[in-house]
Design a protein around this ligand. Structure first.
Ligand code: PLP
Length: 420
């Protein structure tokens, strides 16, 4: 195998992406064209080796700088049990934001002691299921969480308190969670009272603090500022500094490495909090995003005021461009034709259903196989059935083998919950 794709494309494809000796684009040793032929399109394809290597990289980077570190995968980025199982096998823990994500994490095989539950509005079900499962940590976001924990009979439950540090994450508004106006965590000024209350309750074991300032962070300065903001709240044995490391979506986008992120968060802990405390981090996007790609087929090519290349997917399987303005990298697989500026659009009845505007594609033709890079995070979680779209399968590729992890939805799935 030789690396040798169009300049830059390989930089945002999964780590094992390469061109085979016959020139075809492969991931995990499987030609993407073969994967599409076997499993159909659209399909979400994951590089299993890439997932495993990233999990190991995370654990190694943190334990090298701070042996008392725990890496918990933020399952909201990819609540898919077969993939979670791979991460559990690699020894990372899991962060869940609801009873639903907890059920998925348990099915995947995570040790409950290695699961933490957070969320700004936890229901009785969320907290009750977490207590019944014996999760390692519950992150208290507000006084109502405390009421529920007490009412539902928490006994010796280790808890963290999530504080809103009033440190905006330098990212898009929808995924900034650290601003004073954000809905997450107890406001700094109210934190001492909540901590005092939690500390006085026999059923709860207050072990530390939690902050999470945002997602797709390409600048790491916020971690130190968030740590500084909560430093005066007392000395604790555990600090969870959240997730948020961004990833490059285009070849020219630069993101800090996992090592940079480890350095920044460990320095935040050592400089502002307690170098002897346990550190938890909750990466989601950066754990799985780079290892996933989506495969589509071009259904229609319309050349008018713009060239619209419409594929057999769109905002039903990838809401990131519409929700967050994420700019993905797209390419036609195994075709070497002159570039043409196109809008890569979906098949949904909505003008906003644009996957990548103004992208150079190799003079597209109907039937072409299109790959969208770095779709491993938040695409699966945000999939929907808009226009009766059936959610695509998840396929894992590794060492030349492709295996189905989640089957494609069928027509019957669209009606499965209807009471007719
Ligand atoms: N932890 C919490 C509390 C979150 O809300 C999120 C997502 O915003 C994450 C972790 C994961 O963030 P990311 O996927 O950006 O690493």
């Amino acid at each position: 195998m030789t690396k040798g794709a169009a300049p830059g494309l390989l930089d945002v494809l999964p780590p094992t992406a390469a061109h085979a000796d016959d020139g075809r684009l492969t991931v995990g040793g499987c030609a993407l064209a073969d994967v599409a032929a076997e499993f159909g399109t659209p399909a979400l394809v994951f590089d299993e080796q890439g997932l495993r290597e990233r999990a190991r990289e995370y654990r190694a980077a943190f334990t090298a700088l701070h042996p008392g570190s725990d890496v918990h995968f933020a399952s909201k980025a990819l609540p898919c049990a077969p993939v979670l199982r791979i991460l559990a096998e690699e020894g990372v823990g899991c962060d869940v934001a609801s009873a639903g994500e907890l059920a998925i994490a348990l099915a995947a095989g995570f040790d409950p002691a290695h699961i933490l539950l957070h969320g700004n509005a936890k229901s009785d079900r969320d907290i009750g299921d977490a207590l019944a499962a014996g999760v390692g940590l519950v992150v208290i976001d507000n006084g109502d969480d405390v009421d529920r924990l007490v009412r539902l009979g928490a006994s010796g439950q280790p808890v963290l308190v999530r504080v809103n540090p009033a440190v905006p994450g330098q990212t898009r508004a929808a995924i900034d969670t650290g601003s004073a106006e954000a809905k997450f965590g107890v406001p700094l000024a109210q934190a001492p009272a909540l901590l005092h209350r939690v500390d006085g309750l026999a059923g709860l074991d207050l072990v530390g603090l939690h902050v999470h300032i945002g997602s797709q962070l390409l600048d790491l300065d916020g971690f130190a500022r968030a740590a500084e903001a909560i430093a005066a709240l007392g000395d604790f044995g555990v600090y969870d500094l959240g997730g948020g490391l961004g990833i490059p979506y285009t070849p020219d986008e630069r993101a800090p490495s996992v090592a940079d992120y480890a350095e920044a968060t460990v320095a935040a802990l050592h400089d502002h909090l307690d170098a002897a405390a346990r550190l938890i981090v909750e990466p989601g996007r950066s754990m799985v995003g780079p290892s996933g790609v989506t495969l589509y087929e071009a259904i229609t090519v319309k050349r008018g005021a713009r060239t619209h290349v419409a594929v057999n997917g769109g905002m039903g399987d990838n809401l990131e461009p519409m929700l967050y303005g994420t700019r993905f990298t797209a390419a036609i697989v195994d075709r070497d034709r002159p570039p043409e500026s196109c809008d890569l659009v979906g098949h949904h009845c909505e003008s906003g259903d644009v996957l990548v505007p103004g992208v150079d594609l190799a003079t597209p033709e109907v039937g072409d196989l299109v790959v969208l890079a770095a779709t491993g995070a938040y695409c699966y979680s945000l999939m929907n059935n808009y226009n009766g779209a059936r959610r695509p399968p998840v396929v894992l590729v590794r060492d030349g083998e492709a295996r189905l992890a989640v089957r494609r939805e069928e027509m019957a799935d669209l009606l499965a919950r209807d009471v007719l």
